[in-house]
Ligand binder design. Structure first.
Ligand SMILES: Nc1nc2c(ncn2[C@@H]2O[C@@H]3COP(=O)(O)O[C@H]4[C@@H](O)[C@H](n5cnc6c(=O)[nH]c(N)nc65)O[C@@H]4COP(=O)(O)O[C@H]3[C@H]2O)c(=O)[nH]1
Length: 635
């Protein structure tokens, strides 16, 4: 797996180091200042004390000097012996000769004050204090008391002070380091937590989109053109429906299981990410060939062959994947993700439960689709779409009982665009809602125009897409349209595709019941393409079932047994059966004998313009079936 390069711990570590260094430096500076201050204060006090005592001794020595009495001088000097640090003391006569002297140790020289010292009275430096105190009588100097003191005792006191200071200071520093490292541990764990929140998804434990973008970008930049890797983007098919029906908690459980299976499919060096609600990404490193990407895609799909045990259900979950390769498709993050996304989109368009490798043509198709979408938007707004009507014949009564309204789009530059192209486009872009509403309105209006021309006794069927079924306003809209046009509700039929109905059957049943209660007819379209819905059929308020054209096409042949079974079953449920796509007399005859009620297909007529459909309705259709097969004009 790719290791996450996180700044975790760096902040805490550097904060501690900086604090310790700063505190130590501050301690040193403070220590130096305090020591200097302490030394100067002690020395100044010392100098003051000594000078006072020397001054008193000088006064006491006056007589000894006046009488040149060495013994009396020595006695006067004895008062100074107790002074701490005294090295030498001497009483000098006025001419500088020694009257009496005292040496603490023989190495100390007798004091011989300089002229400067005599003038200033004392001199003090770091190690020594020298005093030259005048011995005066009536303000006249008669001699000098010279004293030399060592400052060693002061040094000892300052050393003690420094030792004490260091002891206390270092103790405080050690304590603060202890506190700081505790704080650092707390900061570190907060950093870790922040990092997890910023880079990991709490539901699956996988790195998230942030981590994905940063790591993939780093990798691509780090190796440049030589970076050979693959990007697989994956969407869980229909996850929203699963989440809605099982609840979010179980949805999360499922996501966790999906994450585990993706990790099982990934190789040691690959990295799996959850980059959105039901979106995952796998960065495949290294990935050298398309064949390797193909193999990996299959391996991921294989992970979804076994159902997922969630909340007592065995869920069959499928996924759609898109894969792009670097540097083959792109060498940067944006290019690579956008190509994988295009491939993913293609996989979804191909019916989901599939994976696609990116091909450059996909982008061209994408651009074309985007242009079509914009054009379709315009066409709906400008009312440029048209409706074609395909007649439906009641076989027993030999008369037209309905017309299916089919949307048509003739683009001035792009030509005729088939519904198979623009309807899915409208569905995925949401344009199906305005388009669907326009179809219902136009069909109702056309029915009233025909009615005004005396053409009556048949209904109009419109296709309703699943997106429209999710529109809670649909019943009100239909009500309003019927009222505005004046069309009777039983003359309107809604065709809903069987497979779409299955997607959220429970929710649709309620909506269908509301519509049915208003008298609107309901038909299930393309029946047979999703057999699993059989169980729902009795619960749906249906009037009609349309056998999918693919079965009719197989008549004569395999289609016979299926159509016979569907007709029998539909009749048991009291449903009218319509066969779509009836193209020849053999099919018609078979269906007639099997008891099919209504026929729709090229045999009777292709979809017609409103005018052509009007003419068709006016003609005696009885003679047109089955002898004269196709109606004259096709639309
Ligand atoms: N081969 C063959 N085909 C026949 C025959 N008879 C009819 N068809 C075609 O079969 C399709 C029947 O419509 P559908 O199953 O509802 O399938 C429709 C429907 O699902 C969708 N569609 C068309 N108009 C609308 C619309 O207004 N709203 C919605 N939601 N979907 C629409 O597009 C699909 C395709 O519509 P069309 O291209 O008009 O294709 C129509 C019709 O032209 C035949 O004998 N042989």
């Amino acid at each position: 797996m790719i290791a996450l390069r996180t700044p975790v711990g760096r902040l805490g570590r550097s904060a501690t180091t900086t604090s310790v260094v700063t505190a130590a430096a501050a301690l040193l500076v403070a220590g130096a200042l305090l020591t200097t201050f302490e030394f100067l204060t002690l020395r100044s006090d010392f100098v003051g004390d000594v000078r006072a005592q020397v001054g008193a001794t000088a006064i006491n020595s006056t007589a000894a000097v006046l009488f040149d009495d060495a013994e009396a001088g020595a006695e006067a000097l004895a008062a100074l012996r107790t002074l701490p640090g005294l090295q030498a003391a001497a009483i000098l006569r006025d001419d500088g000769s020694l009257l009496a002297g005292f040496d603490r140790d023989s190495l100390a020289e007798a004091p011989a004050p300089s002229a400067q010292l005599l003038e200033r009275g004392f001199r003090v430096d770091l190690r020594e204090l020298a005093i030259a105190e005048p011995i005066a009588l009536d303000g006249r100097r008669v001699g000098t008391l010279a004293v030399r003191m060592s400052l060693d005792r002061l040094h000892t006191r300052v050393r003690n002070f420094v030792a004490m200071f260091l002891l206390v200071g270092l103790g405080a520093l050690a304590f603060s380091v202890l506190l700081m490292s505790r704080m650092r541990r707390q900061v570190h764990s907060a950093e870790l937590q922040l990092d997890r929140m910023a880079h990991y998804d709490p539901v699956t434990g996988l790195p998230n989109r942030n981590a994905f973008s940063r790591q993939l970008d780093d990798r691509l930049h780090g190796r440049g053109e030589n970076c050979r890797l693959g990007l697989l983007l994956l969407d869980v098919d229909g996850f929203k429906a699963i989440n809605d029906s099982l609840g979010h908690h179980q949805g999360d459980v499922l996501l966790g299981q999906i994450a585990a299976r993706l990790q099982a499919a990934a190789r040691q060096e690959d990295a799996v990410y959850r980059i959105g609600g039901d979106e995952f990404a796998i960065v495949l490193v290294p990935l050298d060939s398309v064949a390797e990407a193909d193999t990996f895609g299959r391996r991921v799909m294989a992970q979804f062959e076994t159902p997922f045990p969630v909340a007592g259900h065995e869920l069959h979950v499928t996924v759609s994947c898109g894969i792009s390769l670097a540097p083959r498709d792109a060498a940067d993050l944006h290019g690579l993700t956008s190509h994988a996304d295009t491939a993913l989109y293609q996989a979804k368009r191909n019916g989901r439960n599939a994976f696609e490798l990116f091909r450059p043509e996909m982008n061209q198709r994408n651009e074309h689709r985007l242009r079509l979408r914009a054009e379709l938007h315009k066409a709906i707004e400008q009312g440029a779409l048209e409706l074609a009507y395909q007649p439906q014949l009641a076989i027993a009564a030999d008369r037209v009982v309905g017309l299916e309204a089919l949307a048509r789009w003739h683009h001035p530059e792009l030509g005729t665009i088939p519904p198979s192209e623009f309807i899915p486009l409208a569905e995925e872009s949401g344009l199906i809602l305005p388009l669907g509403r326009w179809v219902i309105r136009a069909a109702c209006r056309q029915m009233m125009l025909w009615q005004a021309q005396g053409l009556d006794g048949f209904r109009v069927a419109v296709n309703v897409s699943v997106r429209q079924m999710r529109d809670a306003q649909l019943p009100e809209f239909i009500d309003a349209t019927l009222t505005a046009s004046g069309l009777a509700p039983e003359r309107l039929e809604l065709e809903i595709t069987e497979s779409l109905l299955l997607e959220n059957a429970e929710a649709h049943i309620a909506l269908l019941q509301r519509l049915h209660a208003r008298g609107i007819r309901l038909s299930i379209d393309d029946f047979g393409t999703g057999f699993s819905s059989m169980a729902y059929l009795p619960r749906l308020p249906l009037d009609q079932l349309k056998i999918d054209g693919s079965f009719v096409r197989e008549i004569p042949g395999d289609g016979e047994a299926i159509t016979t079974a569907i007709i029998a079953m539909a009749h048991q449920l009291r449903l009218e059966v319509v066969a779509e796509g009836v193209e020849d007399a053999v099919q018609f005859e078979y269906l007639r004998q099997a008891g099919c009620d209504v026929l729709q297909g090229y045999l009777l007529s292709r979809p017609l313009t409103p005018d052509q459909a009007g003419d068709f309705l006016r003609r005696d259709v009885a003679s047109a079936v089955p002898a004269s097969a196709v109606a004259p004009a096709a639309h």
